[in-house]
Design a protein around this ligand. Structure first.
Ligand SMILES: [Ca+2]
Length: 434
């Protein structure tokens, strides 16, 4: 590990490292702004790192990194409607696409809106569900990227985040599923995907209890723990405003739930496969995937202007370490801590060879930032496009090896960060026995 400081808000992750082996994602519940979700992530991170260090030692804790798999809030009414839409979509074994069930529920909502003459409702809920589908696709791409770079993934999901986690896990292919585990907290879902099915729900969780009361089928998993003594039942009339449901205020606060969740996390990591490192694990990475057309290419211009692509795969700061010419990708660029310099990396794609319109997805990671870009590619341009790739984003690196680095990722055109995701295939076969 190179001990170069990274100037980020988070003091614990100031060093520039290229050697993480485990990524722990936090998936938030309803009505969380990104800032609120980051607070929950920070709490999980500081407490679990302390636990992990005590149990496994200093060297092991350095292999962990923490990321947010955020889902957007659309306000009280739409968030709650979305929970029911997700609930109704749990029978995913019978549907062809990840989003089909959500769309079916959406149509029912839309029909209801029309019958009541509430066109506003229709538009808002359409947008809310559309956003949720986009978030789901983003999470799925995040987990796939971690696999490509050789890391185990542990998803800690709170409340509605469990629907996102379950759907994403179901849509991963089998090898990636073996490296990706879920630990559920306060789950409204009837199941936890992955081998262990580990979860923690308080008997005194008023939100989950209320949700359970409303449902006839696919009720939430039964509560399995009592809330700690310092908390007081909401109905008892106290200062307690979280309804026994808060991630930080309740589940991380009580020793019993925290210990149970951490034990579930330890056990899940123990059974998760460490994937082969198909691509370099690095401080800056770009992962390109696309659809069934033969060949899309990743192009990165390093700060000096050096053009890294399939015909020129090694640059002064990094390189193209995975190339693909046979549909889907991934194709992968990395820049490592050892050679990192300040400046702007320009990230683009060229549709090299194919017969139909294609769509490229870029997952761009710089320090602790991770973002997804989708680029429409109307027609193949051959090698004529090698010198004029479509630039999707810039990665801006400030600072120095001595003082530490700070990163930002900027879309080149707003339209490139699209809200509508492509349909995602779901495995419809029963899981193989293993
Ligand atoms: Ca290619």
């Amino acid at each position: 590990m190179l001990n170069v400081a990274v100037a980020q808000q988070d003091d614990e992750d100031r060093e520039c490292t290229d050697d993480k082996e485990i990524t722990i994602f936090y998936v938030n519940g309803v009505l969380n702004t990104r800032s609120q979700a980051l607070i929950s992530l920070a709490e999980l991170k500081s407490r679990y790192k302390a636990h992990y260090k005590r149990r496994y030692g200093e060297d092991e804790v350095d292999k962990l990194q923490f990321r947010l798999a955020y889902n957007h809030t659309s306000g009280v009414v739409d968030d709650i409607e979305r929970v029911f839409a997700f609930h109704d979509s749990q029978q995913s074994q019978t549907i062809r696409h990840l989003d089909a069930g959500v769309w079916r529920s959406l149509r029912e909502v839309v029909n209801y809106g029309q019958s009541e003459g509430i066109t506003k409702l229709r538009e808002q809920q359409f947008n809310a569900l559309n956003q949720a589908l986009s978030d789901l696709s983003t999470h799925l791409n995040f987990y796939q990227k971690e696999y490509t770079e050789g890391r185990k993934v542990l998803i800690v999901a709170h409340s509605e985040g469990n629907f996102f986690a379950n759907f994403a896990h179901e849509a991963l292919d089998g090898l990636i599923q073996d490296s990706t585990k879920i630990v559920a907290v306060a789950t409204p879902a009837a199941v936890v995907h992955g081998n262990l099915g580990a979860y923690t729900t308080f008997r005194q969780d008023q939100v989950i209890n209320y949700f359970r009361e409303l449902l006839v089928v696919d009720r939430p998993l039964p509560a399995n723990l009592d809330i700690c003594g310092e908390r007081t039942d909401f109905l008892g009339g106290t200062t307690f405003a979280t309804l026994g449901h808060g991630f930080v205020e309740d589940y991380m606060f009580c020793d019993g739930s925290r210990n149970q969740i951490f034990r579930d996390m330890d056990n899940s990591l123990a059974v998760a496969n460490q994937p082969p490192e198909l691509a370099r694990d690095s401080i800056i990475t770009v992962t390109l995937t696309w659809g069934d057309q033969p060949d899309v290419d990743l192009h990165v211009y390093e700060p000096s202007g050096w053009h890294v692509f399939y015909a020129n795969p090694v640059g002064p700061l990094g390189g193209l370490d995975v190339d693909d010419t046979d549909k889907r990708g991934p194709e992968h660029y990395y820049a490592s801590c050892q050679t990192l310099q300040p400046g702007t990396f320009r990230v683009g794609v060229n549709y090299f060879h194919g017969f139909e319109p294609e769509q490229a997805t870029l997952i761009v990671q710089a320090g602790q930032l991770i973002r997804r870009f989708v680029v429409d590619l109307p027609s193949a341009r051959g090698s004529g496009g090698d010198t004029t790739p479509i630039i999707a984003c810039n990665i801006i690196v400030e600072g120095s090896q001595e003082d530490g680095f700070k990163f930002s990722i900027e879309a080149v055109e707003e339209t490139l960060e699209r809200r509508l995701p492509a349909p995602v295939e779901v495995r419809t076969q029963p899981k193989s026995t293993r």
